[in-house]
Design a protein around this ligand. Structure first.
Ligand SMILES: [Zn+2]
Ligand SMILES: [Zn+2]
Length: 559
């Protein structure tokens, strides 16, 4: 590949910069009017209390969709949802071939099959440490360690310089599944010369090191050997090393394992497809688990984040079809609290405690979990190995990115740039700088429909959730006479003995009737005028009664 005078190498995050989640990174090469692109990761983020009914949030691909024919490939670094979760949703708008290692490819195929896209999408499996070329980009995978099998960094060589895109990583000397971090490959790349390192910022505020899966194995083994009654353990299903640890700890203590939750089962299949979880006893079926004494079973469950529909929440609510926990049983949380999930997790743990279940969490039993992201000492080592000319922090909120940039400067990196989603960074030629801002944002998956961020449906739902709903209906005949006076119904509005709800509704109906009386016969003939008058009068009266502005829905029947 020969470079021309107008060629530029650019980095453009459309997700994952200024937030932890929905990673969507682009690299562009060529003259500004004719860039060729590769996409690195296409993930989701999750809804919370501020997005009622919306569980999945996608990065908005509108900008790059215009150049879909110039996307040479979509490379997936690893199989976490914040890196691959949006593929099935957004692939139809990008239509580029996918590249991933076998474990990630297995899970991608599952997602594409569910979305009925498997026949359309080309997935190329790249072996660990493999190499492939996409136009001007020569890519080599670098084996790293994280909290899922097969986490890969990418060495991206271009005629204008080499990028090390780390993806998610930590330095785990004993990751239990897969090889340790390929320090040699990173050092050799550093010797060759790294123009820019685009790097994980998640734990930049945490001193020291994340810790090893091998340490967690020691802690969990010791804990599980002491437990007597029924035991449930919860971990992230994608952390196959952790699953492996819990399964072996169970077996060492005379317990067989029953997987509870769909993603636990799917991950175990993905793990087996690449030779992991190999020499363990077969998992118990639900029925077999019920037949065994409680102290011979360990339930390995999804739902450590308090997700309402996941296995553990149903166990806590006492309505799981196969698993029940009570007095004398134990539940081990081998996971951390993802920020934003504090309330559902607390509720879940309180419900379990109320059933008499003894809880073991990272907070009161340190060592039950380690993070999958690099803390400061690990970041320092990575910079010493890679020695990039430019540091581009990513995978963090604003404060993480800026702290990471400051750390890189302390480590003598000469240039740092911390773009927000939508800010295009020219990495070469010339000094690294933001040269453009393109549209970026979020899309909400609402009841299976991809909708704009803060679209009408969600806005109305939020409004109704905090203000309540009033419906008012009236029947009017052909001569503009009110045949049946306004009737009111309410949802989510309170009353008490001093002012019962039905009295409030009667008062609202009277106001609505008076508003109709004030209309001329011509106006009463016009549905819009009638609806506007009803709505205005009911809103005003509702505000007087409740100091709120409920959603008001009007129906005019013509008889
Ligand atoms: Zn991630
Ligand atoms: Zn990850």
């Amino acid at each position: 590949m020969i470079k021309t005078a107008h060629d530029e190498l650019v980095f453009l995050p459309l997700g994952g910069s200024n937030e932890i989640g929905m990673n969507f990174n682009l690299y562009g090469y060529g003259p500004p009017h004719a860039r060729q692109w590769i996409v690195v990761d296409l993930g989701v983020t999750f809804g919370d209390q501020t997005t009622p009914g919306v569980e999945i949030i996608l990065p908005d691909p509108t900008f790059i969709e215009k150049y879909a024919k110039d996307i040479l490939g979509i490379v997936l670094t690893h199989a976490h949802e914040d890196h691959i979760g949006a593929v099935a949703w957004l692939w139809p708008r990008l239509k580029a071939p996918l590249y991933a290692t076998p474990f990630t490819a297995f899970l991608l195929r599952e997602k594409l099959r569910e979305a009925d896209l498997l026949d359309e999408v080309k997935i190329t499996e790249i072996p660990l440490a493999g190499t492939f070329s996409l136009g001007p980009f020569d890519l080599t995978l670098i084996t790293l360690t994280h909290s899922i099998p097969e986490p890969n960094g990418l060495a991206i060589r271009t005629p204008l310089g080499t990028i090390l895109h780390t993806g998610d990583w930590k330095i785990d000397p004993d990751p239990l599944t897969g090889a340790p971090t390929d320090e040699g490959a990173i050092r050799r790349l550093g010797d060759e010369g790294i123009l820019a390192m685009v790097c994980d910022s998640t734990n930049v505020f945490v001193d020291g090191e994340a810790g090893s899966e091998a340490q967690v194995r020691v802690t969990l083994n010791a804990l599980i050997s002491e437990l007597k009654g029924g035991v449930a353990a919860a971990c992230f299903a994608s952390n196959v090393a952790r699953m492996d640890t819990i399964i072996r700890a169970a077996e060492a203590n005379g317990r067989r394992v029953c997987l509870v939750g769909r993603s636990m089962i799917r991950m175990s299949q993905a793990a087996r497809s690449v030779g992991l979880l190999a020499d363990i006893a077969p998992f118990l079926s639900d029925a077999d688990a019920r037949r065994l004494p409680r102290n011979k079973v360990l339930y390995l469950c999804t739902g450590s984040q308090g997700e309402s529909r996941a296995a553990l929440s149903r166990v806590a609510d006492g309505n799981h079809p196969h698993v029940s926990l009570g007095q004398g049983d134990a539940c081990v949380f081998s996971s951390r609290i993802i920020p934003g999930n504090e309330v559902p997790i607390r509720n879940l743990q309180n419900k379990l405690a109320d059933r008499g279940v003894r809880l073991y969490t990272e907070r009161d039993h340190p060592g039950l979990h380690v993070s999958g992201h690099p803390c400061r000492d690990e970041l320092k080592r990575m910079y010493q190995w890679a020695r990039p000319a430019i540091a581009v922090p990513t995978h963090g909120e604003r404060r993480h990115l800026l702290e990471h940039a400051a750390l890189a400067r302390d480590l003598q990196v000469s240039q740092t740039v911390a773009p927000r989603n939508g800010e295009m960074v020219r990495l070469a030629p010339g000094p690294a700088e933001i040269i453009d801002e393109v549209p970026s944002g979020r899309l909400y998956v609402d009841a299976g429909v991809v909708t704009p961020e803060n679209g009408d449906a969600l806005r109305e739902r939020r409004h109704a959730a905090s203000n309540g709903v009033l419906t008012v209906s009236v029947a009017i005949d052909g001569r503009g006479r009110v045949v049946s006076p306004p009737r009111l119904k309410s949802l989510g509005l309170p009353g008490d003995e001093n002012y019962p709800l039905n009295e409030a509704l009667d008062d609202l109906a009277a106001e609505a009737g008076a508003a109709l009386d004030r209309l001329s016969p011509d106006e009463r003939d016009d549905d819009h005028a009638v609806e506007a008058a009803l709505s205005r009068s009911v809103k005003k009266a509702a505000h007087r009664i409740w100091k709120r502005r409920p959603v008001v829905e009007t129906t005019v029947l013509r008889v």
